[in-house]
Design a protein. Structure first.
Length: 173
């Protein structure tokens, strides 16, 4: 019986991963999205790897609850679509935590047409740092999955044997 459950779960997970990529493949073809792999987000994780993790985890949760999994995946992937290194202390680094959602939203609008849920996810994913909470449940999912992934990446970076130079990049599709 346990083996049957594991087999069904693996099958579901495989189908879910295929569906996830169907929703985001067009976005992964854009050079701006691919360039996220050139920026470190948390320790040794690139911004694209972080965004893919946030997008897939959020997609999976939304799918399990029967919510808008497509918008969740797309908003999760684009939530950190800014092409600068916020750690360098340049002009972009000023108020980065509160400004980058707007910058990511502006960049995402240049790539694709966004629906209301996707826009809300990108604009409000920094809630708790910014005052306005997400309007949609999918936005709450991405917001908290983003915090979870950032925390996980931080501790994996602190306790891993990898140096900051050995980056963990997103898998090439």
């Amino acid at each position: 019986m346990a083996f049957s459950f594991v087999k069904k779960y693996r099958s579901y997970k495989t189908r879910a991963l295929a569906e996830f990529y169907l929703h985001i493949n067009d976005l992964l073809e854009h050079e701006d999205v691919r360039q996220l792999d050139d920026y470190i987000q948390h320790y040794c994780f690139t911004r694209l790897k972080h965004s893919m993790d946030v997008a897939y985890c959020s997609f999976f949760i939304a799918k399990l609850f029967g919510w808008d999994a497509r918008s969740t995946a797309r908003g999760g992937l684009l939530h950190d679509l800014f092409l600068y290194d916020w750690r360098n202390g340049g002009e972009e680094a000023k108020n980065h935590a509160t400004n980058h959602p707007r910058i990511a939203l502006d960049n995402a609008r240049k790539l694709t047409i966004l629906n209301e849920v996707e826009e809300d996810i990108i604009r409000k994913h920094m809630w708790l740092v910014t005052p306005v909470p997400p309007r949609y449940k999918e936005g709450f999912v991405v917001t908290f999955v983003d915090k979870y992934c950032a925390t996980r990446e931080f501790f994996m970076g602190v306790f891993s044997k990898k140096s900051a130079v050995e980056t963990v990049k997103a898998p090439v599709v």
